[in-house]
Design a protein. Structure first.
Length: 370
């Protein structure tokens, strides 16, 4: 993405920020709604094509604004219909975005950071380290490109019906740039998605879980992956800052603010690590009588990882035990693994990485200032 630093990129601006931009130029705030429709619903980049704007406003926009999207470096199509794009993020780096088609929906898995600082031991992204946050334009640009490129459904609707922040990066660690994108995704003037169809997945940055429910109340998924602090400290190091009890308190508060809707807890199945029936019992006890559902994720291998996937039989027994204990439990179907697009495999290309470890003060500072 190459932008003119003398012009403001309108891509990724919230409606409020776009209104402020227009009011500062003696334009009516409602013009922001028109511009949002042109950018997101019609996919237009040329201000001259925005024919319901005055000539004077179009000239003002041409002189002071632009619409610059991230550059696509490559596209890969999987045998099962999944599509993976590689988006340039500067200095030879890139992030990945995956489209997962289903019979009743199309889910776009998008990235929020170049790499990730949280260093979860089973994740290919975390293994590469962290470089920087993506801008709001770089995040929403992934959605805009996918919608423009993918063929529409037979009913005329866009291929993308659901957006999940489960790609590269920890979304809540990029909070400032995340919220404007969430607003655009659910706004009737841009994409108009149901809040239930937009999911933010987090490893557990508790202060921002609390903020998110107030700022933009969308679906929440939590990468839990262990039923106790001792194990979770090893495989999800953010647990050392926000242990399970604190994390779950934030989750239940979030669910109340969302009219008691379910929180999804993601649980990657690692052979001989977290997949015993004792672990299942412990997890069921942790979540009993709460608005929780568990999504079991078969581990997807990547180069350099020592973990192995739990057997299909082990996963079935684990799921059955959770259901016997009264929990809603599903197993995620592995998709796109022939192009390394499955859950936990997204790696993109991260250079000049800054590997931030949980034992250092810097990560706490990073989380509090995001």
């Amino acid at each position: 993405m190459t932008a003119n630093t003398d012009k403001i990129n309108l891509l990724g601006l919230s409606q409020d920020d776009l209104e402020q931009f227009l009011v500062a130029r003696n334009e009516k705030p409602f013009r922001a709604r028109q511009i949002l429709q042109w950018i997101y619903q019609r996919g237009v980049n040329d201000f001259e094509a925005m024919t319901d704007l005055s000539k004077a406003l179009r000239a003002e926009l041409y002189a002071n604004a632009e619409i610059v999207a991230p550059i696509v470096r490559s596209r890969h199509d999987a045998n099962d219909g999944c599509v993976k794009w590689l988006f340039a993020s500067g200095s030879g780096q890139s992030v990945e975005t995956v489209f997962i088609p289903e019979e009743d929906r199309g889910t776009l898995c998008i990235s929020s950071q170049v790499g990730c600082a949280l260093d979860c031991s089973f994740c290919a992204t975390g293994a590469q380290g962290f470089n920087r946050n993506l801008s709001s334009a770089e995040i929403i640009g992934q959605v805009r490109h996918a919608i423009a490129e993918l063929p529409r459904r037979s009913n005329g609707e866009a291929a993308v019906s659901n957006v999940v922040f489960m790609g590269m990066g920890e979304p809540l660690a990029n909070y400032r740039n995340l919220v404007p994108v969430l607003e655009l995704l659910v706004s009737d003037w841009s994409y108009g998605l149901s809040r239930r169809r937009v999911t933010v997945s987090t490893s557990g940055i508790v202060p921002h879980i609390n903020k998110l429910a107030d700022d933009c109340n969308v679906a929440l998924a939590v990468s839990l992956h262990a039923p106790n602090d001792e194990l979770r400290n090893q495989i999800v190091p953010i647990n050392k800052l926000h242990p399970i009890s604190t994390l779950l308190d934030a989750c239940w508060d979030y669910a109340k603010k969302r009219s008691n809707r379910f929180i999804t807890f993601e649980y990657v199945m690692l052979r001989d690590v977290n997949d015993s029936l004792a672990h299942a019992n412990e997890l069921a006890e942790l979540l009993k009588n709460k608005p929780a559902k568990v999504n079991l994720i078969p581990f997807n291998p990547f180069p350099g990882s020592d973990f192995r996937r739990s057997s299909a039989e082990t996963i079935r027994h684990f799921q059955s035990r959770l259901r016997d204990r009264g929990l809603v439990a599903t197993t995620r179907r592995t998709r796109g693994d022939d192009i390394n697009a499955a859950c936990g495999q997204l790696a993109g290309k991260v250079s000049d990485r800054v590997k931030v470890r949980l034992g250092e003060k810097r990560i706490g500072q990073r989380m509090s200032s995001a």
